[in-house]
Design a binder for this molecule. Sequence first.
Ligand code: ATP
Length: 394
Amino acid sequence: MADIIDELIRKRGFASRIFRNREVLHPDYIPDTLPHRENEIRRLAEHLLVSAQGMRPSNVLIYGLTGTGKTVVVKYVVSKLKEKASSLNKRLDYAYVNTRKLDTTYRVIASIAQSIGLRVPHTGLAISEVYRRYINALDSWGGLHIIVLDEVDYYVKREGDDLIYKLVRANEELSKAKIVLIGITNDVNFVENLDPRVRSSMGEIEMVFPPYNAEQLFTILKQRAELAFNQGVIEDGVISYCSALAAREHGDARRALDLLRVSGEIAEREGAERVTIEYVKKATLEIEEGRIYQSVVTLPLHQKLVLKKIVELVEAKESTTTGEVYTAYSNIMRNLKYEPLSLRRISEIISQLDMMGLIISEVVNRGKYGITRIIKIRKDMLPVIKDALKDVEA
Ligand SMILES: Nc1ncnc2c1ncn2[C@@H]1O[C@H](COP(=O)(O)OP(=O)(O)OP(=O)(O)O)[C@@H](O)[C@H]1O
């Protein structure tokens, strides 16, 4: 039956010339094999199996730069173990919580409880009550519950470590069931600054995921491309070009996959038959513009006002200085009847904008006129920054 429908889709011109299955390039897709992460998979799975056999479970803290496969490895291991456990008649289940997205303790504990089938209302219960119900339900179920807390640094910075510490100690209250925590973060400073008590109990086992090199990224991309694209549409050299670009940026597989996906999308949009290196170059620019746009729209108000003034000054005469920016900014604040921030604060804001890659600033020594900072904006980024600031009235 599927063939008839596929044929109709093709005939009607719905089918993509470029993509066979775009989903495969989505960040949530879990491939059947994860090349270059065999050791990490083995170590994590072995540890969880030992815990499932009745040993006292140790918690795991995983860290590494963004796009090094932390999330996909953990999801791969826990879902495979759950699948195997049910065929072996063992009780093993897991909760996967992205604590940046589920941003309150209530939502986190509710989601953990729901993963073992408990019904928890969206609001209305005390956190301690949800926790108590979860522990009771867990003990009557009596298996190994793996709790994955992804982007755990966001949670701890916002809500503190009470819930984590409670979960760590929950095994003392449980008679039949057991809990293992797996924390994931890409913030090494977070791990180093974690309360030593929490670090030692949460990270009894620490795993560091190294960045991928260009060759490793090549294998990862090749595997995905074979599933995602129609045969023969990827021009030779495209995959190694994407891998080299992403390797240069710190070995981020997410970045490499995004580049490939966006290159394919642009090729399709432009009605091309093949994805060429030219499309990868266009994709690099499109992704960078997206990143710049996002960072501008999420800036706080004063930063936006300062950037807006820089844009106006740079458009009038190519470059500007801290002094000119400060004058323009103070005038606008006076017109709006607000107290302007100090020159020092504005100078700090200019440095922040520079660090974010939104402006380029250079300190120059002008002899007897003293030291000043020359500020510019990349010409190709100017339209994107202006667009992102279009709602700022000043
Ligand atoms: N070894 C691998 N094989 C196949 N795909 C991989 C591999 N490593 C990472 N990926 C893919 O790269 C993307 C990013 O991986 P993942 O989300 O696991 O990174 P992460 O380390 O958790 O990053 P972040 O810290 O930003 O959340 C995903 O699409 C994932 O499927």
